[in-house]
Ligand binder design. Sequence first.
Ligand code: 48F
Length: 262
Amino acid sequence: MTVEFSPVSESQITKAIVDEFAKEFEKYVETEVIIVGGGPSGLMAGKELASKGVKVLIIERNNYLGGGFWLGGFLMNKLTVRSPAESILDELGVPYKEYSKVKGLYVADGPHACSKLIAATCDAGAKILNMTTLDDVVLHNEKVSGVVVNWTAVSALPREIACVDPISLESKLVIDATGHDASVVKKLEERGLLKTKGQGAMWVERSENLVVEHTSEFYPGLIVTGMAVSAAYGLPRMGPTFGAMLMSGKKAAEVAIEKLRL
Ligand code: 48F
């Protein structure tokens, strides 16, 4: 096969990237919802919000999106969801099967499920800022009103060789979807504005129901979703099963839409 690609210079490629990045970035410096963390709960929340026309930006410290959703657990890339969360796999077009020995326990391929969720979130219109790490929150009149971020490459360097100030992005709401770390919530705890209970020990059967139930506004302007809910409220952990992450993301989007309407 021979292919004749259209003509271009090196500088034109650079300009295309700079122009388009700058245009989009400028548009998202102020947004309706910022989601910190691009794991299953954050992606699901982003997909739901964007599909309802909400302007949403997902901030992810890694180059790749998906968090723990690429793998089941222990480096084995079969993931599980429990009924009724297979309905979300149906929505995303992820193939799965019921585990022959346990009714209501479904198994799917991690890479397939994760890439479908990422694609659905992007297709819905959520914008992504990856390689970007949360540094702090913007706090106006005791309400979370945005985030302070820096490039992950800068954040990862020792302070003494990387004195680069972070920048702020404003939003009406922030969603903490940073998983076990609950990084956004912790910024408020460091200032004595709230107290987290810390994640409890493993108890999958209770944990999934409780995480969805507790997905809520944890502090004015700040909604928690996914394992950040568990860390914030002191709920048991659940290990490598993801139904509650997807359902919690959906609920976080509902809570956000409700707040945006007020
Ligand atoms: O950890 P993660 O997958 O969180 P989740 O959506 O899902 C948890 C499950 O994967 C699993 C479980 C239950 O099934 O126990 O662990 O709650 O995704 C969190 C994402 O947030 C990013 C991190 O890189 C990951 O992709 N993240 C964490 N801290 C920061 C961050 C930060 N400070 N700034 C930006 N991104």
